[in-house]
Structures are given as C-alpha cells and as structure tokens.
Design a protein. Sequence first.
Length: 142
Amino acid sequence: MGMNVPSGGGSEPEVMVDINTTPLIDVMLVLLIMLIITIPIQMHAVKMDLPVGNPPPPPKQPEVVQIDIDFDGTTTWNGTLVPDRAALEARLAQVAAEPDQAEIHLRPNRLVPYKDVAAVMAAAQRVGATKIGLIGNEQYMQ
C-alpha cells in the first residue's frame, strides 16, 4: 500500500477552489416549497353579488353640438358659421354653464392647421366644457 506524500517537505494541505453548492440547493428547495404552498392561496375565487338584467336606459339622450373646422380655419357650430373666436367662446360658455353639459363633437378638416384645432380645444377647456371629443379620426389613418 502506498501513500501520497507532497514533495518539498511541507505539510500544508492544498487549497480547495471548488464552490460549495449545497447551500444554494437548500435555498432553491426552500423557495420551491414556498411557491408550491402559496399557489393554491391565489387560486381561491371571490364570491360577489353581481347585478342581474339590463341597466335602465339613461333618462334622456345628451344633446350633441357639432363643431366643424374647415381647411382655412373657418368654424361652424351645428352648421352655422361662427364669425370669430369670441363668439365661439361665448357659445362654449353657454354649454359649460348648463348642469347637464352637451357633448361637443369637434370635427376638423384633414388640411386644417393644428393650431386652429388646439385653439378651439383650449377655449373649451378655459370655459369649463368637459365633454369634448374628436370625430373623424379615421381620415388620418392613411
């Protein structure tokens, strides 16, 4: 039988450079067990009493105001020409003062500069009109 004796007469043991993976495996197993335990908790259903049937219709249909802006900045209110921005703001203020505001449908022409559309929207915001929407956006999708 033989024995392995290091040369040089030193009795120092060699340094082990391998990583000890046992603690890493232990941590992974604990995390896996925690995951398995918590998954059934998340799968529980919550019982709720939902309404049955159709909701009642609104008491009245909201009034709709159509504002068109032509390519040269000309503004019309339900087909009637608005002479200037002050008149437009006065009409918007009337709409904003109502307790049940009318819906404002803003339909700009495809060739109108953005500043004209932004001016109408800013005027509506200044006077407090909250129900405003842009109509005809499909013309810009091409």
